[in-house]
Design a protein. Structure first.
Length: 302
């Protein structure tokens, strides 16, 4: 239910944000089609708008009385895109305490739990399956093959190979390339997070993903970009697997990122290579340390 609520909140915010006073709203099926949600979710949105005094709902007539305020909307941290909701639900499931190699994942059950259609869930699973973590079986079932130490090492090997290339390409970008302004903004966000780290250290995983994605895009290599878009899911979530010393790990990683950024800005190929290798070696170690014991190497089957 919690994940269905997340889907409802995201759709509610989207719809409320475009309402104009005195406008007449369409039917529930039309709203559902417009937002890509079920009719029941569309009705729930209308009920909340009515209860908040934003619309007047009299049988088939629905009139906007006032424009919604920020106080009417759900907080941003409670709303996510459908892709993010599916991703989070899937990762939490395969990282749960009872997740073991051979565990079945059913598309319909996962879609019902999230509150989305099976097509979106299936597309995500198909894309994720290319790396061998899950395997398709008949009747909309998937089987978890297990996130082992061997899998993590192979993933880290390929990531490092691609990022070293991408970092070198980034350092050769012309001075007027928009990626430099993006890098400056990310650098600012690192300093801001560092200043409030004690209370917000959990926000680092999203910043980490944003930073590395920017670097990989500099390669202009479709295979590298596609690869990173998938494996970033694993590296994004590994910061959340093991909570022990999370603040210290994230603080160290922020420092490494800032050194990495300074190297990129210098344009010195040797300095870029050195800081990139140092950070990737640290990230590899963190990944290995963060693998939960129940899905680490002892779970490998012969």
């Amino acid at each position: 239910m919690a994940r269905q609520n997340t889907l409802f909140k995201e759709a509610f915010n989207r719809y409320a944000a475009v309402l104009e006073p005195h406008a007449a709203l369409p039917s529930e099926p039309e709203i559902a089609a417009q937002l890509g949600i079920s009719r029941s979710t569309a009705r729930a949105i209308l009920l909340r708008l009515s209860d908040a005094g934003i619309i007047r709902w009299n049988k088939r007539q629905k009139i906007v009385l006032r424009q919604p305020t920020d106080a009417d909307l759900f907080p941003q941290e409670e709303t996510n895109s459908l892709h993010d909701i599916i991703e989070r639900s899937f990762m939490l499931r395969i990282l749960s305490d009872d997740a073991q190699p051979g565990m079945q994942i059913n598309e319909l059950e996962l879609a019902r739990e999230i509150g989305s259609g099976t097509t979106s869930v299936r597309e995500f699973l198909i894309r994720f399956s290319r790396f061998g973590l899950i395997e398709k079986r008949p009747n909309s079932h998937w089987v978890l093959k297990g996130f082992t130490r061997e899998f993590a090492l192979e993933l880290a090997d390929v990531r490092e190979m691609f990022e070293l290339h991408s970092a070198a390409e980034f350092g050769r970008l012309p001075a007027d390339h928009p990626a430099w302004s993006d890098l400056a903004e990310i650098e600012r966000e690192h300093h801001e997070l560092l200043a409030k780290l004690d209370a917000h250290y959990k926000e680092f995983s999203q910043l980490d993903e944003k930073f590395h994605l920017l670097i990989h895009r500099a390669s202009k290599n479709r295979f590298i970009a596609d690869f990173y878009d998938v494996i970033s899911v694993v590296f994004h979530y590994h910061y959340q697997w093991n909570k022990a010393f999370a603040r210290e790990r994230n603080s160290r990683a922020i420092g490494e990122h800032l050194d990495y950024i300074a190297a990129l800005k210098s344009g010195d190929p040797e300095r870029i290579d050195t800081t990139c290798r140092k950070h990737l070696a640290s990230a590899r170690q963190t990944l290995l340390q963060s693998i939960p014991q129940n899905i680490a190497e002892e779970t490998e089957t012969p």
